[in-house]
Write a protein that binds this ligand. Sequence first.
Ligand code: FAQ
Length: 311
Amino acid sequence: ADDEGRAAFDALIAADGRIEPRDWMPEDYRKTLIRQVSQHAHSEIIGMQPEANWITRAPSLKRKAILMAKVQDEAGHGLYLYSAAETLGATRDEMVEALIEGKAKYSSIFNYPTRSWADVGAIGWLVDGAAIANQVPLCRASYAPYGRAMVRICKEESFHQRQGFEILLTLANGTPEQKAMAQDAVNRFYAPALMMFGPPDDASPNSKQSMAWHIKRFSNDDLRQRFVGMIVEQVKVLGLTLPDPELRYDEETKQWIHKELDWVEFMDVIKGKGPCNAQRLERRRVAHEDGAWVREAAAEYARKQQLKLAE
Ligand code: FAQ
């Protein structure tokens, strides 16, 4: 049966078709997806923290309402993604435990601090912008529940990116101090945002197989290139600059040449040694403990409903 399953799987992938939860799939395919989708879910959940840090200090009621909605959207993304990972056989408890015990990875970007209100703008523009560049191709991921979750997530990320851009645009057209604050935020988030796409292709152990399986559609460097091409134009509209004096487009290779990224820093951050890793995990642990009564109440309610049905 495994041989038949594998033949059907290979044929579906070759025809650019989609794998549903009940279809046969190779164990490595399942593992790779659980890895990527759970890391992605954790990123959405941990990613709520840097911006939530500014909800109480948003400069107006309108900005506060928008930011709260945005942070809640990220929680929703985390939940769709945990659900998608559950269809592969991972349990929510296992995934959450791995995260709070510090055993699971999540995106490097959320281990940097948000020092000013402008950082909320820079995150929306650069971090959500990078997320869109990475995730639009994931809407076509061969694993159907992941691809379907991505469609809605990408729509919401587009709104997030516009709100971030608009915060920066307002600041850039404000007082000299406000403009300087916007520039400072862009300066600090530029390189970490480029690192979101992952290590360079020649140092990316998972890319080749993930692309062969049509989970990833483009390599890390290709997506990074695309993103640089986008922001290079958008930063002009902002009237700001990117902190990359060497940045240029090479006509011959059709490549953006950007500054060398600090991959030692990147490895430190993903190993848990970034500026905010400890703080982010501690906050998540406390939130998980504080939420225990909600899980208990929900389980008790479900138990009572079952008893009623059995009557
Ligand atoms: N951070 O072989 P590759 C968001 C790990 S957007 C941490 O290239 P792969 C929206 C990688 O896991 C952010 N770790 O790996 C939002 C692997 O380790 P492993 C989330 C990273 O999987 C906005 C190792 O390095 N988006 O949340 C990173 O083929 C604002 C070797 O790397 C996604 O997760 C990194 N930056 O490619 C929320 C998108 N890069 O597992 C709130 C889905 C690499 O072998 C506020 N994921 N690593 O131990 C992907 O597209 C891929 O997983 C990549 C990495 C491209 C991230």
